[in-house]
Design a protein around this ligand. Structure first.
Ligand code: ZN
Length: 341
């Protein structure tokens, strides 16, 4: 019995040992990590908490050119596998071999490498003659590329002005007067030139922009005849009239009423025409009766009346009513009178 009891104690102590030991081991938290670099695996035992700590403890340093399967702050787990791919070292030769440099890259093809170079250095490249951008690259390759360079410049183009002519009664025929000097406009043309290495392969316009519109020259062209005749131009829609002479007269207004005509009220004009708008009184020695006129600010008229006070260059313009005559505003006002043919 006693012997049997002792055996039971031993068994119990073994059990105790067995149960206590794994607890001590798990508090140390030793983990097994498999690190595979370019296909070669190494096994590590570690108590580090994160991938970053693990690399630091084992003096492993990977710059941005390496591809690492886990971020430094990733928590380590037992049995974890971390994969590292070293960059390929590529020698690039550009500008016909006058520019050579090496790059470390994870790129798989020449095309990807060119995009990466453009992104990192700002310099564009294209493949050399006969090479394709889809070609795979491997560590130690020497790749010939052509540098693609753009040059942007601007040119100034002059925009010529045109000449606008306007007829003028103020000038004699054959005379001209510049009232607005012409000023050339300006256009900026932005050009782009493309070079492969140092060879220019394209040159084209990318923008045209007018920065100053031309200012047209404005010229008055005389129409006044030397003999005093001329043409009155009323504009495109209204046409024009020819006159033989233009004179400046002194104008007043009247109407058929008693206060305007005194004892002559109700009588026709000197020429026997009804006294109304279009009839004007003149000095027949200055303008013969019956002459057709055009009076500026009044209109077409016929010299058909006379008056006691109408002497020399005086002209009395007839209106249909006294109020119209008053509101017309003539009060010994200088007016241009055109004698029509
Ligand atoms: Zn009157």
């Amino acid at each position: 019995m006693a012997k049997k009891k002792r055996g039971m104690v031993l068994a119990l102590s073994t059990m105790l040992f067995m149960t206590v030991m794994p607890v001590t081991a798990s508090s140390a938290a030793t983990m097994k990590i498999r690190l595979t670099t370019d296909g070669q695996s190494t096994y590590y035992q570690t108590i580090d908490k994160t991938v970053g700590e693990f690399f630091k403890t084992n003096k492993l340093a990977y710059d941005e050119n390496y591809r690492v399967s886990a971020d430094p702050d990733t928590a380590l787990t037992d049995g974890m596998q971390i994969t590292v791919v070293s960059p390929k070292k590529i020698t690039v030769s550009a500008k016909g071999g006058s520019k050579v440099f090496t790059v470390e890259t994870q790129c798989e093809t020449i095309g990807q490498l060119m995009l990466e170079l453009k992104k990192n250095t700002g310099v564009g490249y294209k493949t050399a003659e006969g090479r394709s951008s889809s070609e795979k690259i491997k560590d130690g390759d020497k790749i010939e590329l052509r540098e693609v360079r753009e040059e942007i410049y601007t040119e100034t183009e002059e925009l010529p002005f045109s000449r606008e002519e306007e007829k003028s009664e103020e000038l004699f025929e054959g005379e001209t007067k510049v009232v607005q000097e012409g000023v050339a406009g300006k256009r900026l043309i932005t050009m782009k030139t493309i070079f492969y290495d140092d060879e220019q392969v394209d040159n084209y316009c990318i923008e045209r922009k007018v920065v100053a519109e031309p200012i047209n020259e404005k010229v008055l062209v005389g129409t006044k005849k030397k003999d005093g005749s001329g043409t009155l131009d009323f504009g495109k829609d209204l046409g024009s009239i020819k006159y033989t002479k233009a004179v400046t007269m002194n104008a007043t207004a009247y109407c058929p009423c008693a206060s305007c005509n005194g004892s002559w009220v109700g009588q026709p004009s000197t020429m026997g025409l009804k006294v109304q708008h279009g009839i004007v009184a003149v000095d027949p020695k200055f303008i013969p009766l019956g002459t057709k006129l055009y009076v500026e600010g009044y209109g077409y008229a016929i010299a058909a009346d006379t008056g006691g006070a109408i002497k020399g260059n005086r002209i009395d313009l007839c209106y249909n009513s006294h109020s119209e005559a008053l509101s017309s505003g003539w009060g010994h006002t200088n007016v241009k009178v055109y004698i029509l043919e």
